[in-house]
Design a binder for this molecule. Structure first.
Ligand code: ZN
Length: 237
């Protein structure tokens, strides 16, 4: 069983009627609804929970952490971001969704600005699949079509991905590295761009397929309880 924790700041869905209409129980529960199955169990946590619902103990019992945040990245305490980073280095999987590109945990893991260009105009998006042999793109066609999305465009201030799996194209002409794979320590990381709160992107069957594939891919293959300390060794002469 893969133990998933879906974290969502859960603000837009409470404050904006148009978002509430799409995700009445929050984006985290919409993701939980399609993710939960015979080999995946899902818990959720939000900014409202004590300590964001994230402790070292909870992370130790989490195989893959999904992160959706947008307007309240700064309200997440730095020590939560450090705990997530440490858990990934030990082997936990981490999936940053949409505007999670600017979350504290993702930026710590990347070490760069993660800035991008954007336009909220309901553009049509076609997400092209570059590698059909990767576990994350299993069972996808040549591309995913999303009727309306927020445009996220290059330049995207990320480190060179270990593997670029998808490129998004928008009707405005922009392109974006929409599906990026990284490894940090023992942990596997995936950034996936679609998922703006005011469009029903998480009900798109192909988007759901990618996230489910990514959870199975990011589940730890090797995990340690503690990170190794620097070791001083002496060469015998
Ligand atoms: Zn957005």
């Amino acid at each position: 069983m893969i133990r998933v924790l879906v974290w969502n700041e859960f603000i837009h869905e409470k404050k904006q009627e148009n978002v509430k209409a799409i995700y009445p129980n929050g984006i985290h529960n919409a993701i939980k609804d399609f993710l939960e199955c015979e080999d995946i169990s899902v818990k959720t946590a939000t900014l409202d929970d004590e300590h964001c619902g994230i402790t070292d103990e909870i992370l130790a019992e989490t195989d893959v952490l999904l992160w959706w945040g947008h307007m309240a990245h700064q309200k997440v305490p730095d020590d939560v971001a450090v705990s997530v980073q440490q858990a990934v280095l030990k082997g936990m999987g981490f999936i940053a969704l949409h505007s999670g590109h600017h979350s504290k945990p993702f930026k710590r893991l990347m070490g760069t600005t993660c800035n991008l260009s954007w336009r909220e105009n309901g553009d049509f998006e076609r997400v092209w699949v570059l590698d059909h042999a990767h576990p994350i793109t299993r069972d996808l066609g040549r591309y995913i079509e999303i009727e309306h999305e927020e445009m996220y465009g290059e330049p995207f201030g990320i480190p060179e991905p270990d593997k670029l799996l998808m490129i998004g194209w928008y009707e405005g002409g922009e392109v974006f590295r929409s599906g990026c794979v990284y490894h940090r320590g023992n942990g596997k990381i995936f950034y996936f761009q679609p998922g703006h709160e005011s469009y029903p992107t998480y009900y798109n069957k192909d988007v759901q397929k990618v996230i489910k594939n990514a959870v199975r891919w990011a589940a730890p293959s090797y995990r340690v309880d503690d990170l190794p300390c620097p070791m001083v060794t002496k060469i015998e002469k």
